[in-house]
Design a protein around this ligand. Structure first.
Ligand SMILES: [Zn+2]
Length: 222
């Protein structure tokens, strides 16, 4: 991760010398190989997913990408850094999100008690690249749009706590809200407020959208 920090600091340097001196080894965190893409390129990928597969399937795919990334980061942190307490370890996920360029995640409130199964966290991501890209391409809509971030925080919290945690973006500038907000709690506690991406209709939409792809791929190869 130190290489990634150096590269990001170098990005603000007007001298081209940093390019010549940039580290030539790949950037990694734990066993994960980390890559960085231009936000506009990711925004375009997001647009392609929405327009070819539909909103629900695009959301499902991007949440799964974020979820895997969050789980890997939490696992790498646990394996590499022996923090003495949950209170010290839990803010590391938001800080990694920031370093990886996804957003600057702020924690408003966090309550953790492993003995009683208590996990509750609220916060915000005031510079979400996803909302920035969404607003640029579509303008304000009628839904929260920070799907990768929802997935990342859910995956990180699930790996960190050792129980299935579900995250929901409660307010989003992508739908015209004045601020961003998210909430994480165990999936068993959500009840009727269960985050929509975890519900069956979205899973079915993703399966329907992806089913024809192998056939199209085969035809192209013939
Ligand atoms: Zn958002």
């Amino acid at each position: 991760m130190k290489d990634a920090e150096r590269k990001m600091e170098a990005a603000g340097n007007s001298s081209p010398a940093w390019l010549a001196n940039a580290p030539k080894q790949r950037t990694s965190f734990g066993k994960s190989h980390c890559v960085m893409f231009d936000a506009d390129a990711i925004g375009n990928l997001r647009k392609e997913l929405i327009e070819n597969l539909g909103w629900d399937a695009a959301r499902g795919i991007l949440e799964r990408v974020g979820y895997q990334s969050g789980r890997n980061d939490a696992l790498a942190l646990r394996q590499r850094y022996p923090w003495p307490s949950d209170e010290e370890r839990s803010p590391a996920g938001p800080r990694l999100d920031h370093l990886e360029g996804i957003a600057c995640v702020g924690v408003r409130r966090i309550e953790i008690n492993r003995a009683t199964g208590k996990f509750h966290m609220t916060g915000s991501w005031p510079d979400s690249y996803e909302a920035e890209q969404h607003l640029k391409l579509y303008g304000p809509g009628d839904r929260a749009v920070c799907w990768t971030l929802e997935g990342y925080t859910t995956g990180f919290a699930t790996e960190f706590f050792g129980e299935k945690i579900a995250g929901l973006e409660t307010s989003c500038r992508g739908r015209g809200d004045p601020v961003y907000g998210f909430e994480l709690r165990p999936e068993r506690e959500w009840g009727r407020r269960r985050p929509p991406a975890l519900q069956e209709p979205e899973r079915r939409a993703l399966q329907r959208a992806l089913r024809p792809l192998p056939a199209r791929h085969d035809r192209q190869r013939v």
